[in-house]
Design a protein around this ligand. Structure first.
Ligand code: SF4
Length: 340
């Protein structure tokens, strides 16, 4: 919701400031989905608001739920007709996490990613980003459940839209609006060193995830074109700086691609690179099962993934195999393509 527009509208219509507080409380804390539901307002004001303003900046085209009801994906139509997707998952009982998009499409073109295949269309503004969260808050309210965490891991590279992403982070931690703790937010990047540093300076408590996926420049550049400008050395230096500024744990994401990055040699290369960063107590590797999409890549077998993990554990690295939710609804990492 565009809170500035709301404030302006209320001021222009001679409403007192406490009205803004009432509406903020109803929308952000109580999760009402329309002004008509805010019973503390007069009927006349509710009707005026319904006519002039929208709670969400997009229309909901479609929502898909997985059979086990532990994940859902929504296709959203923005005011200019572009489509984005957002995903809700429940990684633990009674715990819900939202994955938000920060761009329509993505300019980075990682070969294993459906979003990358779309190309870049435009950046989302802060309102379009936080409205994805608001939308799921409204849905969870009907189940009497609350949102625990938010990850910027949907469509787009957040650090290529830092101005709007940072505004959205500010709104999410603002106690007058969403009021989330900074530590319940995570931003995931494919490796933009300047963005990593900016986030460490501006939001040292927000979690950083880095989509690493390869331990050598040769392999990484072949599948992730961003590595040709920002190679592993640049990432290493950016992470060292990040640790200096924030001293927070970083999550290294490693998607397991059959025959591409899942051999013993790949595990050795990854271990070598991770050790070269230093501060191993602050680095955690998440091995992620790849979700088959419309690309040529296939997921590694469970056995291969386990062997890979065991080698990293033998190297005294912190590693887990992350359960991938949302595959059935194509809502998992790399599967968002604005076409639900
Ligand atoms: S994996 Fe992330 S950075 Fe790469 S193309 Fe997809 S959305 Fe963009």
């Amino acid at each position: 919701m565009n809170i500035k527009k709301l404030e302006h509208f209320l001021a222009e219509n001679g409403q007192l400031k406490f009205r803004v507080r009432q509406i903020r409380q109803a929308i952000y804390q109580e999760g009402v989905s329309s002004f008509a539901e805010i019973s503390t307002l007069s009927k006349e004001l509710r009707e005026q608001l319904e006519k002039e303003l929208k709670v969400l900046s997009f229309d909901v085209e479609k929502i898909l739920f997985s059979k086990d009801k532990k994940s859902a994906k929504a296709l959203l139509k923005l005011s200019d007709g572009n489509l984005i997707e957002t995903v809700l998952i429940s990684p633990l009982e009674d715990s819900w996490s939202v994955c938000v998009s920060s761009q329509v499409g993505c300019p980075l073109g990682c070969e294993f990613c459906s979003t990358g295949k779309m190309g870049f269309i435009r950046n989302l503004n802060a309102e379009e980003i936080t409205d994805q969260v608001l939308f799921w808050i409204q849905k969870l309210k009907t189940k009497n459940q609350k949102l625990s965490t938010i990850v910027y891991m949907g469509m787009g590279e957040p650090f290529l839209n830092w101005e709007e992403v940072s505004r959205s982070l500010r709104d999410l931690v603002d106690p007058k609006l969403f009021g989330f703790g900074a530590r319940s937010l995570s931003v995931s990047t494919a490796g933009i060193p300047a963005g990593i540093e900016k986030m460490a300076r501006e939001f040292p408590q927000v979690n950083l995830a880095l989509s690493l996926h390869f331990g050598t420049d040769e392999k990484r550049s072949a599948v992730m074109p961003i590595n040709r400008q920002n190679n592993l050395e640049a990432i290493r230096e950016a992470l060292k700086k990040y640790f200096e500024l924030s001293n927070r744990k970083v999550f290294l994401e490693y998607v397991m691609l059959a025959g591409i990055n899942d051999s013993q040699k790949d595990a050795e290369d990854l271990a070598k690179f991770v050790k070269s960063i230093g501060k191993l107590q602050l680095l955690h590797i998440n091995l992620i099962r790849y979700n088959s999409t419309d690309t040529k890549f296939q997921p590694s077998s469970k056995e291969h993934t386990l062997q890979f993990k065991n080698y990293l554990l033998d190297q005294n690295l912190s590693v887990t195999i992350r359960k991938s939710l949302g595959e059935e609804i194509q809502g998992a990492c790399g599967q968002l393509a604005g076409k639900a």
